[in-house]
Design a binder for this molecule. Structure first.
Ligand code: NDP
Length: 292
C-alpha cells in the first residue's frame, strides 16, 4: 500500500485564500488591521528565524506584525511589564511570547501575565484550562471561547479537511508537551476519539503505536517511529521537525511509513506550513472578539 499524502502545503494555500478574504472583510468593516506582537528576550537562533517566518506571513496577508525584543539580561519584571503594556495596547490583538526565555525567568509567571483574550498561542492557563474542560463535539461547549496552540490546531485542520473520521477511533499521540502533544490529545478527545498519550516512560511504545487508527508524533526524535510500528491503513500526523545531515525530516520514518499507512503528512510539507496560517487565523479571531 502507498499512503495518500496529506498535503499541508496545498491546504495552507487554500487557508491563505480564505484568510485573505476574511482579513479584507474585517479591515473594511472595522478600519483596523489585525496585529500580532511577538515578544522575545535574547537572540535564540530558532526563535529569531521563527519570528522572521511569522513576519513574512503577516506582511503578505496585510496583517500587522510587531517585534518587541529585550536583551538576554532582561529581568522577569521587565518582561512582565512589556507583556502588561501590550495587553493594554489597543493596536495589538494577539501576543506571542517566544521560548526559550532567558535562564532564571519563570516562564509560567510570564505566560500568566498575558491577557487570555490576546493569548493567540494558547498558552495561558485560562486557555489551556478551557481546552481541557470543553465538552465533546456535539454537546454544548460548557466553557467560554479559548485559543488553541497553532501547531495542533493545524494538525486537526488537516484531519478535518481530508475528512478523516475521528469519532470512535483510537488515536495515539506520542509526546505530551503543552504546546503540541497535550493539546492535540485534548482536541482529538473533543472529537470523540479514544486517546492514548505516550511519552518517554511509555512501556513498549511500538506496541501501543500499532494499535492506533490515528497516530500523531510530536517527539523531536528523527525517524523514531518505524514502518512496523504503524497499523496498516492508519492515518499518521507527523509534527516532528528534525535535521539529519542538513535534511529536514519528521519523527516518523516516512519512507517506511508511507508503505503501510493509509494517509500520512510528509516532512517538510505537512504540519509545518499549517502552523503560521493557524496562528494568523487566531490573531484574526482575537481581533474579531476584541472589536465585538
Ligand atoms: P518537547 O521536547 O517539548 O516534547 C517532546 C515529547 O516527546 C515529550 O513529551 C517527551 O516525553 C516525548 N519523548 C521524547 N523522547 C521520546 C521517546 N524516545 N519515546 C517516547 N516519547 C518521547 O517537544 P515539542 O512538543 O515542542 O515538539 C515536538 C516535535 O514537534 C519537535 O520535533 C518539534 O520540532 C516539532 N514542532 C513542530 C512544530 C510545527 O509547526 N510542525 C511546532 C512545534 C514543534 P517526556 O514528556 O516524558 O519528556
Amino acid at each position: 500500500m502507498t499512503a495518500t499524502i496529506l498535503d499541508g502545503r496545498a491546504l495552507s494555500n487554500t487557508l491563505r485564500e480564505e484568510l485573505d478574504q476574511a482579513v479584507a472583510i474585517f479591515k473594511e468593516k472595522h478600519g483596523v488591521t489585525p496585529t500580532i506582537a511577538v515578544v522575545r528576550a535574547g537572540e535564540d537562533p530558532a526563535s529569531v528565524s521563527y519570528a522572521g517566518a511569522i513576519q513574512k506571513t503577516f506582511d503578505k496577508r496585510g496583517m500587522g506584525f510587531q517585534l518587541h525584543t529585550l536583551p538576554e539580561s532582561a529581568s522577569q519584571d521587565e518582561i512582565v511589564a512589556l507583556v502588561t503594556r501590550l495587553n493594554a495596547d489597543k493596536e495589538v490583538h494577539g501576543i506571542m511570547i517566544q521560548e526559550p526565555l532567558p535562564r532564571g525567568i519563570d516562564e509560567a509567571a510570564v505566560k500568566e501575565a498575558l491577557s487570555p483574550d490576546k493569548d493567540v498561542d494558547g498558552v495561558h492557563p485560562v486557555n489551556t484550562g478551557r481546552l481541557a474542560q470543553v465538552a465533546p463535539a456535539g454537546r454544548p461547549p460548557m466553557v467560554g471561547p479559548f485559543f488553541v496552540p497553532a501547531t495542533p490546531a493545524g494538525g486537526m485542520e488537516i484531519l478535518k479537511r481530508y475528512n478523516v473520521a475521528i469519532s470512535g477511533k483510537h488515536a495515539v499521540v506520542v509526546g505530551r508537551s503543552n504546546i503540541v502533544g497535550k493539546p492535540m490529545a485534548l482536541l482529538l478527545l473533543r472529537e470523540n476519539a479514544t486517546v492514548t498519550v505516550c511519552h518517554s516512560r511509555t512501556a513498549d511504545l511500538a506496541a501501543v503505536c500499532r494499535t492506533a487508527d490515528i497516530l500523531c508524533a510530536a517527539v523531536g526524535q528523527a525517524k523514531m517511529i518505524k514502518g512496523d510500528w504503524i497499523k496498516p491503513g492508519a492515518v499518521v500526523i507527523d509534527f516532528g521537525v528534525n535535521f539529519v545531515e542538513g535534511q529536514m525530516c519528521g519523527d516518523v520514518d516516512f519512507d517506511e511509513a508511507v508503505e503501510v499507512a493509509g494517509m500520512i503528512t510528509p516532512v517538510p510539507g505537512g504540519t509545518g506550513p499549517m502552523t503560521n496560517m493557524m496562528l494568523a487565523l487566531n490573531v484574526l479571531e482575537a481581533a474579531r472578539r476584541i472589536m465585538g
